[in-house]
Design a protein around this ligand. Structure first.
Ligand SMILES: C[S@@+](CC[C@H](N)C(=O)[O-])C[C@H]1O[C@@H](n2cnc3c(N)ncnc32)[C@H](O)[C@@H]1O
Length: 311
C-alpha cells in the first residue's frame, strides 16, 4: 500500500482546486490568528518545546512548486523545519533518488509516523529553533510567519552560505526574496549569504608599488556596501554584490604616484578570508588580472592617519 504522504505530484488527490487551496489557506490563516492569540496568552508558561504553529500538510501541488524552485541536486540535504507528516522531505526523496532529507518537528507523534517511510530521510523530534543546519543545502518551511521570522537569525548563523531557503504562503519580512513563484500559495526562495560585515585588509602590487587596502563592509541580509582606503585615499565601493559565498564589487580610486585606477574584485568568502581575483585598469591603459586575498581583522587601517592633510 503506497503511503499517500509521498504520492508524486501527478497523483495529487483529485478535487484539489485553486478555490479549495485558497479556502484552506484562509482557514489556516484565520485559525492561525486565533491560535497565535492563545499562544501569546500562554507565553508566560510556555516551555522551550512550545508548538508555535499547528499541523496542516501542504498540498502536493505547492510541494511540487516548492521543490521545482529549489532546483534539487543529487547531493542535496533538504531540511524541513516543522516537517509535520514529512510530506515535503518524503516527496523530495521520491522525485530525486539520491538526495538526503531531514525533518524536524515538535510533535513527537508526527515524527514517529514519518520515520521509516523512506530510506535517506530521517525525522527528529526537536524544536525548529534548535535544529542543526550546518549540513543542510536546502531548508524548507511552512510555519506561522512569526516563527519563520524568528528562525531567520538561526538560519543565517547556522546554515552555510549558498544554502537555499524556501517558504510557502509567507515571506521572511525585510529579508528580500531572490525569487518568488506567485502562484497560490506563493513560494519564496532565498540564498543564505556569507557573513561579510567587518574589516578586510589586503595588498596589491601595482606599477611596482605595494598598495595597502583596508575595506570596511556593512551587511543587511544579502545587501552589502562598503568603503575602502587604498594607500592614502579613501573611496566608496560600488556595485557590491553578494550571493551565497560569492562577492564582487568595483573600485575607482586615485592612487598616489599612479593615478585613477579601476578595480573589479570577484571572490569567494571563506570564513575569515576572501579569495578571488581583481581586474585592474591602470591610467596608462595597462590591464592586469591579479590574485586577491583579503583577511578579516578585528581593527581596520581604514581609520589610521594617512599623513595627507586635506586642503
Ligand atoms: C503547517 S504545518 C507544515 C507541515 C509540513 N512542513 C508541510 O508543509 O506539509 C507546521 C508544522 O510545524 C510544527 N511546529 C510548530 N511549532 C514548531 C516548533 N517550534 N518546532 C518544530 N516544529 C514546529 C507543527 O507541529 C506542524 O507539524
Amino acid at each position: 500500500m503506497p503511503d499517500p504522504r509521498v504520492c508524486p505530484p501527478e497523483r495529487a488527490p483529485t478535487g484539489v482546486t485553486l478555490t479549495k487551496i485558497a479556502s484552506e489557506t484562509v482557514m489556516f490563516a484565520l485559525t492561525r490568528n486565533l491560535v497565535f492569540g492563545v499562544t501569546l496568552f500562554a507565553a508566560t508558561v510556555a516551555s522551550a518545546q512550545e508548538r508555535f504553529s499547528f499541523f496542516q500538510p501542504s498540498t502536493p501541488e505547492s510541494v511540487e512548486r516548492m521543490l521545482k524552485l529549489a532546483n534539487l541536486r543529487d547531493d542535496d540535504l533538504i531540511v524541513d523545519l516543522g516537517s509535520g507528516n514529512g510530506l515535503i522531505v518524503l516527496t523530495a526523496a521520491r522525485v530525486n533518488a539520491k538526495l538526503r532529507g531531514w525533518g524536524v518537528d515538535i510533535d513527537e507523534k508526527l515524527v514517529a509516523e514519518s520515520n521509516g517511510v523512506a530510506d535517506r530521510v530521517k525525522f527528529f523530534h526537536q524544536n525548529a529553533l534548535d535544529a542543526e543546519l550546518g549540513e543542510a543545502t536546502v531548508i524548507t518551511m511552512w510555519l506561522f510567519p512569526e516563527l519563520m521570522r524568528l528562525l531567520r537569525p538561526t538560519i543565517l548563523e547556522r546554515a552555510r552560505p549558498g544554502t537555499g531557503v524556501l517558504t510557502s504562503n509567507w515571506d521572511l519580512g525585510t529579508w528580500p526574496a531572490d525569487a518568488v513563484d506567485s502562484g497560490n500559495p506563493s513560494i519564496y526562495l532565498w540564498t543564505v549569504p556569507a557573513r561579510v560585515a567587518g574589516n578586510w585588509n589586503f595588498e596589491l602590487t601595482l606599477a611596482g608599488q605595494r598598495i595597502a587596502y583596508a575595506a570596511v563592509l556593512e551587511q543587511q541580509f544579502q545587501a552589502a556596501e562598503g568603503v575602502i582606503r587604498a594607500g592614502a585615499n579613501r573611496e566608496v565601493l560600488t556595485d557590491v554584490k553578494l550571493s551565497g559565498e560569492n562577492i564582487s564589487f568595483n573600485l575607482a580610486v586615485t592612487l598616489q604616484g599612479i593615478g585613477l585606477t579601476r578595480h573589479d574584485f570577484t571572490g569567494k568568502v571563506r570564513g575569515e578570508r576572501i579569495e578571488g581575483t581583481t581586474q585592474v585598469n591602470l591610467p596608462d591603459g595597462t590591464h592586469l588580472e591579479l590574485p586577491w586575498r583579503a583577511l578579516r581583522t578585528a581593527t581596520s587601517d581604514y581609520f589610521a592617519p594617512t599623513g595627507v592633510n586635506m586642503p
